[in-house]
Design a protein around this ligand. Structure first.
Ligand code: BGC
Length: 881
């Protein structure tokens, strides 16, 4: 064991690893103390920030030098040095002192780089002097137009020092410099409410430029801006995509050259003859213009780009991970060849339902068009099952120019699929197909495994559901004509998501999306971003109980899991306005909605005790009032975290009134909850709405409602996430395990026996016995029921955070063994470092290894009832049960 702490590591800025292009005026720094010794803690730190890395190595910090600061703080240390300048790289390092006052070595240096718009007093509507430009290719509300290509040739005199491309679009961009991709990211700039905000990204393109002749080429796709969204056609924000970019080159002699988008850029259609997120993409290779993004290309026949008015939207630096290819899947076998209505098709199985696109090697005759289709499931005859995609065609086409093989991968679409069907080209083999998995490139943080293989598959399905639906926005599903940022789905899943990946920056972005959509009344819509066309008024304006509450639950979860108080500060006023809306519209503290007669939300959506998704029997005003009280409980903690004590007192008082109203309206004297549904009891118990003396009766009735059915659940999106956590909290671990381990319908393991490799929208979206569920809503990649993941980490593996201490600074290690789950282990990269548990039960012998990272402590609760206070370090326990 070393005697001194090692150098701090895992340096992060705004929770990101070396972010490029950050416009945050006071970014927050974090590091992991490197000290495996028992009781290791940080007693002080010293941060240095410099613009010159060589000077930093000598200890000269021109931007910020904290000196020695006596503090345990190692996360969210707010930068408080010189005002940050735009387009500047800041290098930084840190050292720490341990509990005995012994210093660590300096960390290796890390950096962040500012974007263009830092320190600007007003919102910017463009990147520097860059103009917004477009082409004359305009489609209509039904069909996409060809994707415009834009190019600019330029020359650079003298050696290149460094170069940055700042770029955004209304639509999607795909940028090249001298024929090379500027980035491996995809579907940028993602989806925001473009009327309010559009984000830009920064790329280091130094190595792509040459002294002498250069060219930049950008293709635009319609994306969310002008393409299909939901079930309501195209062109929700504008009729065609637009580009705004600034290339900034610093030459070897320090001179700066900028190449902004303007009307000297030339534009023409290329070989992408149509592209749409839902419909797919068509490349006509006969229209390809080889070399168009490189110098020397003759663009005299191209048009001048059309100037456009800048949008009123603020152009903000994206401070969250972009969508990227994160994994490549290859087919598990050679394709099957089928006759599909007279067409010979080959079907490839990637073995895993995934989201992204297929990269395929195709050969065909000149003028012939190959078709690539996608599906999550196959029909009994082996052909693709696509009914559940509704109006999304999810089909790519390639028209061949010659007999040469083509490596095809679309740029401006994505599909949800496990199966790839190819036709209209020469026969292919499995080597010709790759599934390119796309998702917001969030750092994986958690792992969970246990002795039960079905539960391990469930964990895998949950993570795949998260990967497939965290594409810039947390969506309900990635495949059909929907793919919306449904608030209810996100809030039930957010805690699980925060175990699996560092979702802090991702939810920070989505919280802005929610704020952008907050109505003047204070209400929060059902989805964010909202689109103007085709969605019902309720979807656009008032998500209703368990949906719009995401606006408080998600940022509070970011605070709890990552210690982020800035997200609370930034949205505090909005959250208060949302609460005022609930207070204004409530009827004697019972949550209702003033604006829509009969609109009390989606209810316990898809509950098995309802005939229709809308008709679950748990009363909606009960769900609404329970969530109203829960929001207030969270707002008490939020106000306390922000030292707003008067507000906290106010929320406590209001919550008491709401809880009293809940009890008056929905709870009988003997502890029965109106409706007598599992979900009703789960809300009442889980949100602490019942007086102590009524809890035993409510719990007994909940137990009976579950046990008398199998045991089985009858819950939907609202009740299911609460089942295992609430049962465990009240000591009914046996029943929680029974529900988790149930292999029949309805339950988490049932779909696995039906072949699921992701979470499904319904417990029985497909069954070997009865085939496919109702096509109206039958997604095979819908993460909501994956919300059980948090309980698997917290209770099965026994790794959780103390509810009163943010960011896992204090862990709760409380594993619960079971005769069918005799081993479990989890690791979690917390903001302080990696925590871990691993336990086994052999006969009556229970062994546990648990790690609390340096600078944290843990409360250990052993299954025999013993509890211990643990310091940081790795600890081993053996007990007999
Ligand atoms: C979505 C859900 C969503 C629901 C609202 C569905 O169409 O797919 O996941 O939460 O509508 O009830």
């Amino acid at each position: 064991m070393p005697k001194l702490p090692g150098a701090p590591h895992h340096l992060r800025v705004e929770q990101l690893d070396r972010p490029l292009g950050l416009d945050t005026a006071q970014p927050r720094l974090a590091w992991w103390v490197h000290d495996p010794r028992t009781s290791a803690r940080q007693s002080a730190y010293h941060v240095q920030v410099a613009t010159d890395p060589a000077a930093l190595a000598r200890g000269e910090a021109d931007a910020w030098d904290t000196g020695r600061v006596e503090s345990e703080q190692s996360i969210h240390v707010v930068y408080a040095g010189e005002a940050l300048r735009p387009s500047t790289r800041y290098h930084w390092r840190v050292r720490t002192w341990d509990g005995d006052g012994e210093p660590s070595p300096w960390s290796l240096p890390a950096w962040w780089e500012t974007g263009l718009n830092i320190g600007q007093p007003d919102p910017q509507h463009a990147l520097g002097e860059a103009q917004w430009i477009a082409s004359d290719l305009v489609a209509d509300e039904e069909r996409a137009a060809p994707c415009p290509q834009f190019r600019k040739a330029f020359s650079l005199e003298g050696p290149i020092g460094s170069a940055r491309l700042y770029i955004t679009a209304l639509g999607l961009y795909d940028a090249q410099i001298n024929g090379q991709p500027a980035t491996d990211e995809a579907l940028n700039p993602g989806w925001t409410d473009y009327q309010t905000r559009v984000t830009y990204r920064t790329y280091d393109v130094t190595d792509l430029l040459n002294t002498g002749d250069n060219a930049i080429g950008v293709t635009l796709g319609d994306g969310w801006y002008a393409g299909h969204i939901a079930w309501a056609g195209r062109q929700h924000y504008g009729d065609r995509p637009k580009l705004n970019a600034l290339l900034r080159v610093t030459l070897g002699d320090g001179q700066t050259v900028t190449i902004p988008t303007d009307t000297t850029w030339r534009t023409a259609a290329g070989h992408v003859v149509s592209a749409d997120l839902y419909m797919g993409e068509h490349h006509d290779r006969r229209k390809a213009t080889p070399g168009w993004a490189a110098p020397g290309f003759d663009d005299t026949a191209w048009s001048r780009a059309t100037p456009c008015d800048p949008p009123q939207a603020a152009v903000d630096a994206a401070a969250y991970p972009a969508i990227r290819p994160v994994q490549a899947l290859t087919p598990v076998a050679e394709p099957t060849t089928l006759d599909d209505d007279g067409v010979a098709v080959q079907v490839f199985d990637l073995g895993q339902n995934m989201v992204g696109r297929a990269r395929v090697t195709l050969r065909g005759e000149p003028g012939q068009t190959a078709r690539v289709r996608f599906a999550e499931m196959l029909q009994a005859d082996g052909t693709l099952y696509t009914d559940n995609l509704r109006k999304a065609k999810a089909t790519d086409y390639v028209t061949f120019a010659d007999g040469e093989p083509i490596l095809f991968e679309p740029s401006f679409t994505f599909h949800g699929f496990r199966y790839v069907e190819v036709s209209g080209c020469a026969p292919m083999s499995r080597e010709d197909v790759v599934g390119v998995v796309l998702c917001s490139d969030l750092e994986p943080t958690g792992t969970f495994t246990c002795s039960n293989e079905l539960v391990n598959q469930l964990q895998s399905n949950i993570v795949w559901g998260q990967r497939g639906n965290f594409l810039d926005v947390p969506t309900d599903c990635p495949q059909r004509d929907e793919r919306l940022g449904w608030t209810g789905d996100a809030q039930v899943f957010v805690r699980t998501a925060a175990f699996n990946m560092n979702v802090g920056p991702f939810f920070d972005k989505w919280q802005r999306d929610l704020s952008d959509e907050q109505q003047d009344t204070g209400s929060i819509p059902s989805v964010a971003p909202v689109v103007a066309k085709g969605l019902s008024k309720q979807i656009q304006t008032d998500g209703g109980p368990a949906w719009s509450d995401a606006y408080i639950i998600c940022p509070w979860t970011m605070y709890r899991c990552f210690g982020d108080t800035r997200i609370l500060e930034d949205h505090y006023d909005g959250m208060c306005r949302f609460l005022e809306y609930l207070a204004d519209t409530a009827n004697n503290h019972i949550r209702t909605s003033r604006d829509f007669a009969g609109w009390h939300g989606y209810g316990d959506w898809l509950a098995t005790d309802g005939v229709h998704p809308w008709t679950a029997p748990t009363p909606r005003d009960l769900i609404g009032t329970a969530y109203y009280a829960y929001d207030l409980a969270l707002m008490v903690q939020i106000a306390q975290a922000l030292a707003k004590t008067d507000d906290a007192t106010r929320f406590i008082a209001l919550r008491e009134q709401v809880v009293a109203a809940f009890n008056r309206a929905f709870v009988t004297d003997d502890g029965r909850v109106v409706g007598d549904t599992q979900t009703g009891y789960l809300l009442a118990l889980g949100f602490d709405l019942l007086p102590e003396d009524k809890r035993p009766a409510a719990l007994a009735q909940l137990r009976w409602l579950i046990e008398s059915r199998g045991p089985a659940l009858t819950t939907g999106f609202v009740g299911s996430p609460l089942l295992c956590p609430v049962l465990s909290r009240f000591g009914a671990h046996d029943l929680a395990y029974a529900l988790l381990l149930r292999e029949d319908y309805p339950g988490w393991l049932y779909s696995i026996h039906q072949g699921a490799t992701t979470m499904w929208e319904r417990w029985n979206s497909f069954t070997h016995k009865d085939g496919f569920g109702p096509v109206g809503m039958n997604s095979f990649n819908h993460y909501a029921y994956g919300a059980v993941g948090q309980w698997m980490y917290a209770t099965v593996a026994g790794l959780d955070a103390d509810p009163d201490v943010p960011a896992f600074k204090r862990l709760v290690i409380a594993p619960v063994p079971h005769e069918q789950v005799t081993h479990a282990e989890a690791t979690l990269d917390t903001p302080y470092g990696q925590a871990a548990t691993s336990w086994s039960l052999t006969g009556t012998r229970f062994t546990l290894d648990a790690t609390a990272p340096a600078n944290t402590t843990a409360e250990l609760r052993l299954p025999n009832g013993e509890s211990h206070d643990l310091p940081a370090g790795t600890h081993h326990f053996e007990i007999t049960l």
